[in-house]
Design a protein around this ligand. Structure first.
Ligand code: SF4
Length: 150
């Protein structure tokens, strides 16, 4: 599935385009210790899974009540990490993905998330959000199962 298809899987209400000015700050690095028993083709998925769990816990946010939304977004981030070397947000259209990844504004966690806890992908939802679930964890098995047809 392409990133635009990933975007299409998200609720229409959350597809708004931010008009925020471009950030000049450096994007955060995505760091995680990856178990050596994870298959090479799943390494980026595992990196982004761990990042998502840790970031949700650190920011007091939660995954969506529909964990398949969470899985689709994490898969999209992993694909961009493989393709571009950075976890560019998978829920937006870009004329030049490489340039956007280099610029860093929409590398996850994007600037709107870092500054205002605004995640239009519904990966990180605040406690007040009507769509948030109870989970801050998702297993690699769940991710693989929920995205196997992508
Ligand atoms: S935090 Fe930003 S970059 Fe990450 S999934 Fe949400 S909207 Fe996309």
């Amino acid at each position: 599935m392409t990133s635009s298809a990933t975007f299409s899987a998200l609720p229409t209400a959350r597809r708004g385009v931010f008009r925020a000015a471009r950030a000049t700050r450096r994007p955060l690095r995505v760091c995680a210790n990856i178990a050596t028993d994870v298959a090479p083709e799943l390494r980026s998925l595992e990196v982004m899974r761990k990042f998502s769990e840790q970031y949700a816990q650190r920011t007091g946010t939660y995954f969506c009540m529909d964990l398949s939304v969470t899985a689709v977004v994490i898969k999209g981030l992993a694909e961009h990490k493989d393709e571009l070397g950075a976890p560019l947000c998978p829920c937006r259209h870009y004329d030049d993905k490489a340039a956007e990844a280099e610029q860093g504004f929409w590398n996850c966690p994007c600037v709107p998330m870092r500054e205002r806890k605004e995640c239009h992908c519904m990966l990180f939802l605040t406690p007040e959000d009507d769509f948030r679930g109870e989970e801050q964890k998702i297993s690699l098995d769940q991710l693989v199962e929920m995205t196997k047809d992508m």
